[in-house]
Design a protein around this ligand. Sequence first.
Ligand code: NAD
Length: 544
Amino acid sequence: MNNAYFDFLEPKNEPVLGYAPGSHERKALQKALAEMKGQKCDIPAYIDGKEVRSGIKKEIRPPHETGHLLGHFHASDEQQVHDAIDAALAARESWAATSWEHRAAIFMKAAELLATKYRFKMNAATMLGQSKNAYQAEIDSACELIDFLRFNVHFLSQIYKQQPLSPQGMDNRMEYRPLEGFVLAVTPFNFTAIGGNLPTAPAMCGNVVVWKPANTQVYSASVFMEILIEAGLPGGVINLIYPSGPLVGDICYAHPYFAGVHFTGSTGVFQSMWKSIGNNIARYKSYPRIVGETGGKDFVFVHPSAHVDAVVAGLARGAFEYQGQKCSAASRAYLPANLADEIKTKLVAELKTMKMGVVDDFTNFINAVIDEKSFASISKYIDNVKNSNGAAKILCGGKCDSSKGWFVEPTVIETTDPSYVTMCEEIFGPVLTIFVYEADQWIQTLEVLDNTSPYALTGAIFAQDRHAIEYLTKALVNSAGNFYINDKPTGAVVGQQPFGGARASGTNDKAGSILNLYRWLSARTIKETYVSPTDYRYAFHLAD
Ligand code: NAD
């Protein structure tokens, strides 16, 4: 009998483990790394809760150690995409009818399994497959993903509680139905947590999902699928497949029961998705929800009153952690002439202390960029500085070495042209470009900053002058969806800084917040009148 209302209270953020020498967690993580490196994985797709191996094997190698083979995953063909959609649609009715407390329990259990039994396996998979150091893996594949699961359960129970007014004589209710069809989750390489959140947020709302991760994130994605299955997720609710992007897109966008896409990745891919969905609009049973968080060209604006050491630490962490492969990474900085020399000198000195190499050596702060394509694209931006006719020069770094892995040194470019290519385009690597402005021109420089790129994802300002802080916050109101004052523009925490950008950076539906969950629900309003009127006439038109 179900006659009670079940609530899930606001959780606390998962504590970040430190991995200091001698700590229990460091030993456990090193053991997991050694075990996973010692095995050869053979990763299947998961359709209708079953493992499926296509036989189309693709190699998985650590980006920082390309000579080592971790194993293979089985790429998906056209038939598997159809099978995944069919399995999702077959599971839809019973999943949508599963009561909230039982749906929620599956995701709360997954969070618990990840926080305990699977924590080190998951972090090791992220370190080896995506080349993250221990700390970067811990904040992503453990803490952020655990937070996504627990906070979303809490947010959804807040939504279910919201009910309309019921004046005397009637009852008004709101039902929060899942969408009528399946949701496609397409996820990027750079965050295991985003990989896990994009399929589970709609699934938690009662939707069924086809999940396609980036090929370079399959290793950790498959560990998360293991966790979901152990947590009791019924077959068909989330189907994990590995087709190419265009293949999954062509089949899903042409399907009448395509109900929405939950995407994180580059702006170009998202815009092409939106066009295809538009071209197919007359085919669908309902209007698909299109949710996408995309690229960025994130800025740091330093006011003449800024604290120099805070700026240096903000740039060193904000631009170079995880090799600059965060959508939020600082990639252009505007420095006032009165502070520029001191900031540059100190920043270059700090970057020289950053060790680069494999992830199993915990003294390395910098690891490799994700793959050959990315390495080639970043190297080209750096090489092109030589041909800039003096508009740009390299202040430090600049070496790229692919002999053992895809290594790019943390690189700082200085330009005299605020619209130089590396000030405008997303590079997605460890490259920061600096533009120095005259200190008395800081207000005019803001307009340049605001108009330099089409993106508006994250941005940071550094200033001690309170009037300047207020002015900057207002003047840059549309230039970032996540705006930081005296802090680096990266490191958003679920429940604390809901994340997402506007303009070309996405639909700003703030992953891991209540706003995002509304997109996966289709409300039905129900009015019941206790004693129905039996005469159509109103008082106003009766005769005097
Ligand atoms: P990507 O766009 O290359 O790939 C993202 C996903 O889309 C992958 O699963 C890929 O296989 C798939 N894909 C590629 N072409 C496709 C197509 N034609 N149709 C359907 N799917 C297709 O991005 P990436 O290199 O994995 O990730 C880096 C990008 O993601 C950067 O631009 C970064 O700014 C962005 N990002 C944004 C956020 C955010 O919250 N705004 C967060 C993380 C990453």
